[in-house]
Design a protein around this ligand. Sequence first.
Ligand SMILES: Nc1nc2c(ncn2[C@@H]2O[C@H](COP(=O)(O)OP(=O)(O)OP(=O)(O)O)[C@@H](O)[C@H]2O)c(=O)[nH]1
Ligand SMILES: [Mg+2]
Length: 531
Amino acid sequence: MTHDLARELTLLSHATGRQVGVLVDRRGAVTHAMVGGPHSIELPDWGRMRAGPGRLRGLRCIHTHLGNEGLTRDDLTDLALLRLDAMVSVGMDASGLPDRAFTATLRAANDEGATVQQLPPRPPSLVDLDFQRFIRDLEEELARTTRARTVGDGERAILVSVTAGRRAEDHEAAIAELKELARSAGVVVADVVTQHRPRMDPKYALGEGKLQDLVIRAFQRGVDLVIFDQNLTPTQARNLGERMELRVIDRTQLILDIFAQRASTRDGKLQVELAQLRYRLPRLSQQDLGLSRLGAGIGGRGPGETKLEVDRRRVRDRIARLERELTHLRREREERRRRRDRRGLPVLSIVGYTNAGKSTLLRALTASDVRVEDRMFATLDPTSRRLRFPRERDVIVTDTVGFIRDLPVDLVAAFRATLEELDGADVFLHVVDASAPDIERRIAAVRRVLGEIGLEDTPELLVFNQIDRLAPGDGAALAERHGAVAISALHGSGLRELLERAATLLFEEGHHRSAGAGELFALTAAGGTSA
Ligand SMILES: Nc1nc2c(ncn2[C@@H]2O[C@H](COP(=O)(O)OP(=O)(O)OP(=O)(O)O)[C@@H](O)[C@H]2O)c(=O)[nH]1
Ligand SMILES: [Mg+2]
């Protein structure tokens, strides 16, 4: 930087009592000039004009400080949010002549997790000397670190979680689950950012410092997707999206994405699309409109806003159409169910937390070829199979979508087909992954959903699955404490006791009282009927 430029800025600043600044490109040309207040200065808003992953903006901000204090937190936030090459503040003496210059730059990913580098203060005339080389090195390093990581087809994301008053172990379990969800969605987790604060910030979810940290980390890792563990309010989602050059989604949207990937039936696809649109509508903002924002005037009702209105109406129209179509499909489903006439046959419905092993159990019980996957929400559409108990008594066994804690209302609606299926169940087999760290919490989450849809009175048999993953004897003891049957659906152990107890519930305590339980059961499938 020339001494002249620094002097012109500080003298102007001195005369007006305001901060004054310029943006300078890499050739040294001034591209913008700004006048601020006594303690701050506002930089132009580039909106969604992206600098490109792993790339700096190619601009330095040089501005005055009336005192001689170093860079403020706001300065560093702007450095991060705008991906500037550097943020420089020039202090001044009592006569308005430049004093020392403070410079900060972003850092490439490093082992210490540092995000910003502050150079020692020096006279403004010296700021430029090593700077060009410095930026070139930094960009090279960034390119290297991002390139090395962009392997694989999965999209990379940073997970963010606010403790929000939760106990440490609950918070940890929540993060582990979010990672699991991300993996199920095919997303690669590049980093996890945690903030300890009693509640979410109403405006940005995170505090100012954490927000800055997040932006820089995303930049360092060449990531442009951020996934929040907590659900964001429409305001938070909008604010974050507009403040950062990052796509921001929350847990619900992640789950909806997984559903969208998995949905295979027409009904399932429409349900998921409907849930997605309902969730997105209040969150629609300028950021979804891409470049149209550039056409909008400052603060006024520019063309961008008109486009937003058009977008909202289109979404609402689509929602209305989906609702009509789904109502139609529901009637058809009811009709089919009536025709199928299972009234004579008792129904055992397998319910439980996602990835507990429900489909594996259906497979084991009916020797059928149901899809099993080590992923959350592998099953979306209900599947039914016939299971023959002794004395020619047939039972329908139904496998359903898994549940998860804090299941949002929009999603519950997307389960409609499953919920209708559950409504006809005589007994629930509530499958629990006995090796999970938070068994009680998961059982409670499943019961809460069942309660919300008014099925809390259906008799339930707790089934502790995956006991092969515990030390011998531990699973049986754990199950006994909960009054549950211990099984390994994968290895086929414990199934006989499971069927005996299910039969007791169905035929002795249930409405099929004619036969006794406690006999040998043949685990034969009498053909598969798809629901
Ligand atoms: N070790 C062990 N693994 C099991 C057992 N039961 C299921 N699994 C594994 O757990 C994973 C999930 O099994 P699924 O049967 O797909 O679980 P689900 O409850 O149907 O899951 P969603 O449909 O996604 O909700 C798979 O990798 C299974 O192989 C078991 O008894 N022991
Ligand atoms: Mg399943």
